[in-house]
Write a protein that binds this ligand. Sequence first.
Ligand SMILES: Nc1nc2c(ncn2[C@@H]2O[C@H](COP(=O)(O)O)[C@@H](O)[C@H]2O)c(=O)[nH]1
Ligand SMILES: [Mn+2]
Ligand SMILES: [Mn+2]
Length: 401
Amino acid sequence: MENGFGFPIGGVAAFDPRRGGVVSPGGVGYDINCGVRLLRSGLTADALEGRLPGLMDRLAARIPAGLGRGYAGVGLRNVDIRRLLRGGAEWAVEVGLGEPEDLARIEDGGRLAGADPEAVSDRAIERGRDQVGTVGSGNHFIELGCVDAVYDAVAAEGLGLAPGTVTVLIHSGSRGLGHQVCDDFLPTMDRIAEYHGIRLPDPQLACAPLDTAAAQDYLGAMRAAANYAYVNRQVMAQRVREVFAERLGASAALALVYDVAHNIAKFERHRVDGEERELCVHRKGATRAFPPGHPALPGALQGLGQPVLLPGDMGRCSYVLLGTEGAFAETFGSCAHGAGRRLSRRQAKRAAAGRDLDAELAGQGVEVRASSRATVAEELSEAYKDIADVVDVVDRAGIGR
Ligand SMILES: Nc1nc2c(ncn2[C@@H]2O[C@H](COP(=O)(O)O)[C@@H](O)[C@H]2O)c(=O)[nH]1
Ligand SMILES: [Mn+2]
Ligand SMILES: [Mn+2]
């Protein structure tokens, strides 16, 4: 786990509503439903030989990135926003942004039920209006890659990830809308916690008992923001598909492998002290990792388990794992969500001073388009732990394989 405001990043907490359990915006995080989506093509890496720079330029032109950088061509009237917040990726597919088959490959089918657009403030809606289909700033990214190594041939085949397969990994969340939802609810929760005599060492641990109106309002708004994030990743995936088709032709069609949330709270059934209970599971910087046979998984993944996507960093690999019984028994069906930072952004910028990062990355076969050079410095490969070490720990702990 890393430091974080309130809950540590990598934290998982489950609360029982029938035993005074709470919901906490700080247990979800500011970027509600930040998550990762993996697509695979029918191409192998050699098909991109000499075409990568043009492809990347086109992607950068079609999909805005950077702080507050907006409009991606999805014009939203108030009525559309409300539909989007309720319907998530289902809404996106209905309006032609994606394929119906995508939905089964998104956690929650791309839609959290119980979203309440009325609980989302006007300010949050304004912040999100023009940001659907945008990457955002910091370490959010769209990354082209290819399958470099396979550790379980049957699983890789089941996921369509043969060696060399060209992949697209998307990391982004609910942009300004989700951030504003978190900001809006923290002071309310602080007051409610105080009223209920819950003493907090950190204001970002503010929470409310699940049976209060404030908790229900937050859950409604949080689910709406989560649906916004599913749409955001869906729209970006659609733009990537369009660019691939335009530049590489029909054989470049991209199928969705899976889309996971790593900042979210939801009700799930788990066994505690020998009893199955419905719990409000918070995951902040943690990925759901359900085992084979879990009813939440679509038919095609029943025998494999849920794909767990662990991005690494700009200069190293990312991993696809599968959820396990161990995770279900030990961690409320949860696993890590990435490598985690080793250096703060400021330390990373200091470490990058005077270096030609583009040349260094090019030497590793990595080409970058970024909204600013400062972002590249902050996101330096060595600013992160080695994802291979994280995966080794997760695998040995039995919470992902
Ligand atoms: N494959 C890449 N992974 C990256 C990159 N930058 C960061 N990361 C990883 O993402 C996780 C998730 O971050 P969080 O903001 O949700 O906590 C992080 O821990 C890194 O492992 C990248 O450019 N490419
Ligand atoms: Mn994230
Ligand atoms: Mn995020």
